[in-house]
Design a binder for this molecule. Structure first.
Ligand SMILES: C[S@@+](CC[C@H](N)C(=O)[O-])C[C@H]1O[C@@H](n2cnc3c(N)ncnc32)[C@H](O)[C@@H]1O
Length: 272
């Protein structure tokens, strides 16, 4: 491993969220430390691969909904490794002119995404920390594709759980909301602890002990539904509101799982 890559934050010996999820989804972009952490997580919550798949399906439904509302530019923050149902596939299938900027702080995600997207002029990848929305929104790769004077769809899919400090997570959402023009949309999903406190506490401890979730404050549990609601302040929620992820505007033949079996909620709101 070259020094440059290590200093850029590539640490195969430490499990990493994007690669753990890649393993859960049957991908190959993961290392022994990721697989070991994922197996421990699976022992606590065997439904995690199903949850990851439901998250991707929601992403596709939300993008298609926003394209139908006239949105043609998207920023997918904490995008994860490219897998099935990527934002640009859903968006460009609905309108080939749609533009998508992926953002993640993980260099493995960024390298893979750049390789996959090399031939797509309407998609780009920004390596940045979501804790600094101004850097993301001012990044030259983003401003080349996205006109922030026009409505945009900002996606935070299962991303804010990586920020354990509540006030920081709220501030990230508020700053993004302030920066987008009226008529823009925010798409947010988040795992919740409601009704499953014991299991989600074990998972939170596992992810923090292994430094998968990094932050200055330890939370003993995932956020609750009531703690997710304020992320949608100042937005007009599209129906059906903030619901279990599979229950958000299910398509034909969906939901294929019982919505309550998924301990994650999702909502889509428009800035007025
Ligand atoms: C649970 S994954 C979600 C991936 C994807 N959005 C999905 O739903 O399949 C969270 C992603 O957020 C990224 N992430 C975590 N903390 C971040 C930060 N501070 N800034 C940017 N990305 C971050 C991780 O690298 C990971 O890819």
């Amino acid at each position: 491993m070259s020094k440059t890559r290590e200093s850029a934050g590539f640490h195969p010996g430490t499990p990493n969220e994007a690669r753990v999820i890649d393993y859960l989804l049957g991908g190959k972009d993961n290392f022994a430390a990721d697989r070991e952490a994922a197996e421990h997580a699976l022992a606590v919550a065997p439904e995690l691969p199903m949850m990851a798949r439901e998250s991707r399906k929601f992403l596709g439904r939300a993008i298609r909904f926003l394209v139908a509302q006239g949105v043609r530019q998207f920023i997918d923050i904490g995008c994860g490794l490219p897998t099935q149902e990527n934002a640009h596939e859903a968006a460009q299938e609905a309108d080939p002119d749609a533009r998508v900027v992926y953002v993640d702080f993980d260099p493995v995600v960024v390298t893979h995404a750049r390789a996959i997207l090399a031939n797509n002029a309407r998609v780009t990848v920004v390596q940045a920390d979501m804790r600094d929305p101004d850097v993301i929104l001012g990044h030259p790769h983003l401003t080349r594709l996205i006109d922030l004077g026009e409505p945009v769809g900002v996606l935070l899919i299962a991303a804010l759980a990586a920020i354990p400090e509540d006030e920081v997570a709220l501030d990230i959402v508020a700053r993004l909301r302030q920066a987008i023009v009226p008529g823009s949309w925010m798409v947010i999903s988040h795992p919740i602890s409601d009704g499953r406190a014991e299991m989600t506490k074990k998972l939170s401890t596992l992810f923090q002990d292994r430094e998968i979730v990094k932050g200055s404050r330890r939370r003993s549990d995932l956020r609750t539904y009531a703690e997710i609601e304020p992320y949608f302040d100042g937005l007009e929620l599209a129906g059906p509101g903030i619901v279990r992820t599979p229950a958000w505007r299910p398509g034909r033949g969906e939901p294929s799982v019982h919505p309550e079996s998924v301990w994650s909620v999702a909502g889509v709101g428009r800035k007025l």
